[in-house]
Design a protein around this ligand. Sequence first.
Ligand code: DGT
Ligand code: CA
Ligand code: CA
Ligand code: ZN
Length: 581
Amino acid sequence: MSTNGKVVAAFEELAVLSEILGENAFKVNALRRSARTLEALTSDVCAMEKSALLAMDGIGASTVAKIQEFAASGTMQELVDLRARVPAGLTQLLQIQGLGPKTVRAMWTDLGIENLAALKASIDSGAIAKLPRMGPKSVENLKEGIAFLEQSRGRIRIGEALPIAEALVAELGALPSVQRIAYAGSLRRGRETIGDIDVLAASTDASALMERFRTREDVAKVLATGETKTSVLTKHGIQIDLRVVPLDRFGSAWLYFTGSTDHNIRLRERAISQGMRLNEYGLFPAGEDGSIAEGTLPVASVEEADIHAALGLQWIPPTMREDRGEIEAFAIGVEAPCVIQQSDIRAELHCHTVASDGGMTIDEIIANAQARGFHTIAITDHSKGQAQANGLDETRLLAHIDAIHAARARFPAMQIWAGSEVDILLDGALDYDDKLLAKLDWVVASPHAALKQDPQLATARMLRAIRHPLVHVIGHPTGRIVNGRPGLELAMDELFAAAREHNTALEINAQHLRLDLRDADVRGAVNAGCMIAIDCDVHSSEDFGELRYGVLTAQRGWLSASQCLNAMDAKALNAWRMQKR
Ligand code: DGT
Ligand code: CA
Ligand code: CA
Ligand code: ZN
């Protein structure tokens, strides 16, 4: 998280805790407003002058004092105090979809509920119905929310795990005794959620490395420690396993601990069928009885690719190691799938400026895209139905189109399109009429409301949007949030067939909170012959950095550059656009 992100999160947490504690609404709202204002900032808040801070809307003297305290100490005393006054089990209840601080406060003060177990007991006994506005429908929603939370608990989102793993690898890798270090496991495979972080290292001084790992500032608890493996729990509740392996066996260990387990089983079977044995120490020739004679040296062990090659395979990208046909697909002599790489991406086709709920101006967002080496950007602010996101009505949209087109003169190297992220209404109609849509260069159509809609109605709704002749891309097709809400339940195969027939692309929304389409659905869409867009749904400059998660998800769905809009050259992309105009 950036410094600004941490400050915003601190203000949000202050607001939530204050609300649970029953502080007056004025104070709570002021804290929320501070968070919103700071969220939109593009410069480092901790480096700003007091006068510049005070000049911003919704930032008063007490907010400035808290920011300065955070800049100096990395925390805020008030936050520490409030955390101590609210039971930890209570803030955890806020992770239940649809449950806000007001209701959590009522549960606490009226029913004495302090954790999830007590909440479930009160649902079972019926006591929960004593709360205001807690009718049968609300209780049902609450039950669904709890079930979803329990199913996802314990797994963290890749967007939280990857930066932590990268920082750890960089920190430990800087030790002179560390010869090689890398992360493995589900994180390397790019799964949307991670059970724990697995790190492998080769070192000339294993005990010093383990000591350093155990005593890092971020470690809350050492779960187990030895010469070759140490497991810790971080202060954020994330388990990290560090294993030390011999440098000349790094490749075989990396292969083994990257997994998946099912993929590993297939690889071992292949080794056996070729009279060999594969384990984390290498690929070995086996005797008549299948055993590895003592002192036998491995055929391959230093690099993953050596082992693959000795097994008659091309190197298999980690994101594809899930036992979904990859071993056959990567056999030497077969034309292997060439999955998309981040460097293939040259366009951002879904982003929001200050005109709706983004933090950058038109020029800022274009400059960001250009700095990333992109040739095309489509600016797609929200449509009028998204009032909470300051969606544009017809008059504002027409002016916005002109403003975007006017920017072309200032960025002659960029292909700049005036678009919209148009809301898909409940029946599949769009939030703007066709006359207005036809004036836009680029149309992304997305579902935002009624995400618990009946599956048949939801499928019909999305099919109608896909068939609309002016729609280029369906944005975040299910509306799900990873570890947050399941989103629309759709007959995906019907969507893929329609998308293919009508030449409408489907989005992989790269935001790690969304990753929507999910990996398995990307594979389905790819097989059905659909075009895919990978977009960052940019609201702030940092959001461009979410691209990596979208690319990992695309790779897990076996997407190649040839089926991805964002990998086309500028001319081809424009030609594709024009078939809808
Ligand atoms: P996670 O952490 O639940 O998101 O998933 P993974 O895949 O990272 O699983 P993890 O951390 O238990 O182990 C990392 C990899 O190491 C796993 O994908 C395969 C390999 N591995 C670990 N333990 C075993 C084992 O007992 N048997 C086999 N075959 N493979 C294992
Ligand atoms: Ca793991
Ligand atoms: Ca592990
Ligand atoms: Zn959206």
